[in-house]
Design a protein around this ligand. Structure first.
Ligand code: SER
Length: 603
């Protein structure tokens, strides 16, 4: 290793500190919501307000190494250069220095600190358009520093303009990109094919508007050099997974699988995917915002990434516990110094990875069978049709309904089904999937409405009280009789409640008295009734009771009453139990085979 990850990190920060920059450290991976971007995709993103003119408490010259995520690259991970999580080494001028200083410092860092040959460096600058002029100023500065004139290329907006896509009001501008030959020993390398991009100095002097660009009051510099890529490049590696960021993780995977990374092929691809995705899972779960796998937002991306890793554990022939061993290496050996929070939370992070792996393992096998069945169905249909119609074009798409079933019943993210299908040269009917999804949502909505109607004949104040009382009764039955007792139905009006549950025999007088007493005790405690929405997965994880049928993928409504009762439920409920009055059981009787019925009143 010519340079380790630790050294590179330090050299970057030391260099810019020596030029008067304050190291502001890294912030959360999660975007702050202001731009609508889910993850930070560049080191400048958290600095948006300051690039737009707000004074930064650390001054006008800043630097750091910031964790970033680019989810558009998920499907490319597995090759030698793509990652979902990566770090960006950055430095900024907030209305302070501009092109003269920045070109000189980038040049000095690359040639003197990192020892690159100035005669081999290539750079590109903006060729100009109606929004901004041709960047001749940067070009001549570069040439005066010693870059060969024939190594300075003018390129259009698609190459040399940086902005955060899909946003408005964000800072942007022309940029100057730095390139070096992939193989510096090659004679007469051709630009750009033989070169690798190593970094980017953006001259941020505009703000994006709805229709175009307007000048910013002050001119900024925004520099971003990819840490992971730079590390592999400085070490002369064409495979970015061979740096010391990854060698520990790969060694673990080699040991567990008995396979060799160097042998290449599908095993090597699987090792890269498991390593990259596990690193990302560690960073997201260990992030200061504590992302957990779920079916919405960042949680969904995390789930998708983790499930992809788990699937590749199977490809490699290791159990998903391999992810725990890999995560441990990342936390302890690679990132604990730069991200102390990870080491503090190690057992929590490993625990959450394990939980998601267990959840997915449980259904993966069945889901794979279902997927195979679906593929066989298509193959049979194709065979049959081809026999009767020689002009028949074989079906090469997995239907939207089938994809939805895999999602709904087996927890397969759509992207996983797409990936499995693509391995056989098949596509997936995405529009059909969305349609099935909507249909399902509509159905659940109708069912939920019907349930509310049937169970709660009115939403009067009294009925609301009875509704909360059913939750207390449900929990009391589980405590007194058996945790296996579950609600099988309920009926409420303003005068009384009826509650059905499974239990194999009549309750004794003592049991009835105990249940009554327990409900009254919880009323006397005046417990708060707390409403929360969460994904079904989270509800399950937190042990909310309810009907876990085929509602996978939905956000559910939950109510908890102190620590005593946790139920998924649409409400309505009182805010605290003290208002319920006195609970009395009038009758306990049989309702049907194995089902008992309680009639009770609040007095
Ligand atoms: N914003 C630029 C980039 O993402 C430089 O930080 O490359």
């Amino acid at each position: 290793m010519k340079i380790t990850g630790k050294e590179l990190r330090q050299k970057w920060l030391d260099f810019y500190k020596s030029k008067g920059h304050a190291d502001i450290g890294a912030v959360s991976l999660i975007g702050d919501g202001a731009t609508g971007v889910m993850f930070n995709v560049a080191g400048m993103q958290p600095l948006m307000p300051y690039l737009l003119g707000k004074p930064h408490p650390a001054g006008k010259r800043l630097c750091n190494v910031q964790g970033c995520m680019r989810t558009v690259d998920i499907d490319s991970v597995g090759d030698a250069s793509h990652f979902t999580f990566f770090e960006m080494m950055g430095n900024w001028s907030l209305g302070d220095y501009f092109k003269k200083e920045k070109t000189a410092w980038s040049f000095e860092l690359l040639t003197e600190v990192f020892g690159l040959d100035k005669d081999k460096l290539c750079t590109t600058v903006f060729e100009g358009n109606e929004s901004a002029p041709r960047d001749e100023e940067t070009a001549s500065l570069l040439i005066s520093l010693g870059i060969r004139p024939e190594h300075v290329f003018y390129l259009p907006k698609s190459d040399n303009w940086w902005e955060l896509e899909g946003t408005v009001g964000t800072p942007c501008g022309p940029d100057n990109e730095w390139f070096y030959p992939l193989d510096p020993s090659k004679k007469d390398p051709v630009f750009p094919d033989d070169y690798v991009e190593i970094g980017n100095d953006v001259y941020m002097q505009y703000r994006k508007t709805e229709t175009g660009y307007e000048p910013l009051d002050h001119k900024n510099v925004d520099t971003g050099f990819g840490f992971d890529r730079m590390l592999s490049f400085l070490n002369g590696l064409s495979d970015a997974y061979l740096t010391d960021l990854f060698t520990g993780a790969l060694a673990v995977l080699e040991k567990l699988s008995g396979k060799r990374y160097a042998d290449g092929g599908e095993d090597r691809r699987a090792m890269r995917i498991i390593a990259d995705h596990t690193r990302t899972a560690v960073m997201l779960i260990g992030d200061e915002t504590g992302v957990l796998p779920s079916n919405v937002g960042a949680g969904y991306i995390l789930r998708r990434i983790m499930r992809r890793a788990i699937r590749y554990c199977r490809t490699l022939g290791v159990s998903s516990d391999a992810m725990l061993a890999v995560a441990d290496v990342f936390i302890r050996e690679v990132y604990s110094e730069a991200y102390p929070l990870l080491a503090e939370r190690e057992s929590y992070i490993l625990d959450e990875i394990k939980k998601e792996a267990d959840r997915f393992e449980a259904t993966l096998q069945q889901g794979m069978k279902e997927f195979e069945k679906c593929m066989q169905g298509i193959a049979r249909k194709n065979e049959f049709m081809a026999k009767s119609d020689p002009a028949y074009i074989p079906e090469t798409t997995v239907g939207g309904k089938a994809a939805f079933r895999l999602y709904d019943t087996y927890g397969f993210p759509l992207e996983l089904t797409e990936e499995l299908a693509a391995e056989r040269g098949f596509g997936v009917d995405r529009a059909g999937f969305e349609e099935a999804f909507k249909e399902h949502q509509e159905k659940s909505r109708v069912i939920a409405k019907g349930e509310a109607k049937g169970g709660l004949e009115s939403h009067s104040e009294m009925a609301t009280k009875y509704h909360t009382a059913t939750h207390l009764l449900n929990a009391a039955l589980k405590t007194v009789l058996s945790p296996d007792c579950n609600q099988k139905g309920s009926n409420i009006n303003d005068e009384r409640m009826r509650f059905d549950f499974n239990f194999p025999r009549p309750m004794t007088a003592e049991e009835i008295a105990a249940v009554e007493a327990l409900v009254n005790e919880k009323i006397a405690e005046d417990l708060p009734v707390v409403y929360r929405e969460m994904s079904l997965g989270e509800a399950r994880q937190e042990h909310f009771v309810g009907v876990f049928d085929s509602k996978y993928g939905e956000v559910v409504k939950t109510y908890s009453i102190g620590d005593f009762s946790k139920e998924m439920c649409g409400g309505p409920h009182v805010e605290h139990t003290g208002v319920l009055g006195h609970f009395r059981i009038l009758k306990e009787q049989s309702s049907s085979a194995g089902i008992r019925r309680i009639k009770a009143v609040l007095e």
